[in-house]
Design a protein around this ligand. Structure first.
Ligand SMILES: Cc1ncc(COP(=O)(O)O)c(C=O)c1O
Length: 386
């Protein structure tokens, strides 16, 4: 059978390879500590679970949604105002998506034609590159490396590339490198976008996981942001509802309208039960988010202290639920290192190379276990000689 050449662009799944080996080890009775996938171990808040349970008995819940309910759109608008201090969002500037991952694929397709250029971070959350490739566009990778402070540097993007680029994906706090943006950085990015007519797509998945200071903000809080771009606001990580697939595209109404038109060809809208859950998250109490943020920070401290104790370079983890650690001894082969770490220490991490070429030489630890368990992971690594 002949399948599309489009598929040739996507390699084998790293997580699948790691999982297969993990199953073999567990079948042999080995204990493993899985720090590879970014699925929070925290639970959704009780009122959020109740919202889903309550909606099950309403016959209307089981029908096609067809559109975002005005109540949910208003909840997003109010959330931007009260959580991020961003006023002036109108209903035309808000659209639900079934997770940022899906939304990214559709918004990228709505912005480019085959052969166009898009600016993508390297390393990055893999869907940023995949959505660009699926749209037939060509990624131009800008580095997020130690030399750039793990942050985008728009001044290093050549003018001819910037002029040709249709959009730039920015995502801070960053998965996988854990860096966090500053007002100056966002102002520079907006100025760059205006000067070169580049759309900014900001993925704000980790606004509620920022360390050593206040919680994160929104790209849309900066002057001119909604003229040049859009932001994805995912509820997955803040509210521990990764499996329900709730996120929003918010910002420039023209971009939102384009994404809506494209998306309406393939989807009948966010299921009504998910819309009820979203309203519960967006309008409910928020104290738990701050408690959780501190818990992530404790985990970050436990892991970074442990790695430093092992003689690893202390990672500069400032936000997101990940710690990006340089493999000691100058080793570059992150996949081989991750497999060795699993075999010898029973600790599962994600190889840096799976996030892009600049990820080689690093591994990513997900902060998805309590501090004690992270200390145990470091002890196991110590015993195994890492
Ligand atoms: C940067 C980033 N964006 C988006 C997502 C996923 O968001 P969603 O669950 O809304 O698709 C993740 C998940 O790991 C992520 O790291």
């Amino acid at each position: 059978m002949r399948l599309s050449r489009r598929l040739d662009q996507f390699g084998s799944e790293v997580f699948a390879a790691l999982n297969e080996r993990r199953r073999e080890l567990e079948a042999d009775g080995r204990e493993v500590i899985d720090l590879s996938i970014g699925t929070p171990d925290f639970l959704p808040m009780p009122h959020v679970m109740d919202a889903l349970a309550d909606t099950a008995h309403d016959p209307a819940s089981w029908k096609y949604a067809l559109r975002d309910s005005p109540e949910m759109v208003q909840a997003v608008i109010d959330y931007y105002e009260t959580r991020f201090g961003v006023g002036g969002i109108t209903p035309e500037m808000v659209m639900s998506v079934r997770g940022t991952q899906e939304g990214m694929v559709h918004v990228c397709s709505a912005l480019v034609d085959p052969g166009d250029i898009a600016l993508i971070p390297d390393p990055c959350y893999p869907v940023f590159a995949a959505s660009t490739l699926l749209a037939g566009a060509r990624p131009w990778y800008y580095p997020l490396t130690e030399e750039t402070g793990f942050l985008p540097d728009v001044s290093a993007i050549p003018d001819e590339v910037a002029d040709a680029a249709r959009y730039m994906v920015v995502s801070l706090p960053s998965n996988p490198v854990g860096s966090v943006g500053s007002p100056q950085l966002y102002e520079d990015i907006i100025e760059f976008a205006r000067a070169h007519d580049v759309v900014i797509i900001h993925d704000n998945a980790y606004a509620d996981i920022v360390f050593d200071g206040p919680a994160g903000g929104s790209f849309l809080s900066y002057p001119g942001a909604s003229e040049v771009g859009v932001e994805f606001l995912s509820l997955s990580k803040s509210f521990n509802i990764t499996g329900l697939r709730i996120s929003y595209l918010v910002g420039n109404p023209e971009i939102v309208a384009g994404a809506r038109l494209l998306r309406s060809q393939v989807d009948f809208g966010m299921p009504l039960p998910a819309q009820r859950v979203a309203i519960a998250c967006l309008t409910g109490p928020r104290e738990q988010l701050e408690v959780q943020r501190m818990q992530y920070q404790e985990r970050r401290d436990a892991l970074c202290d442990g790695l430093e104790g092992l003689g690893w370079e202390r990672p500069h983890a400032k936000g997101s639920m990940f710690v990006w650690a340089r493999i000691p001894g100058g080793r570059q082969d992150s996949m081989a290192f991750a497999l060795e770490l699993m075999e010898r220490a029973g600790v599962i991490v994600t190889p840096g190379a799976s996030f892009g070429p600049s990820g080689e030489g690093y591994v990513r630890f997900a902060l998805v276990q309590p501090p004690e368990r992270l200390r145990e992971a470091c002890e196991a690594m110590s015993k195994a000689g890492f």
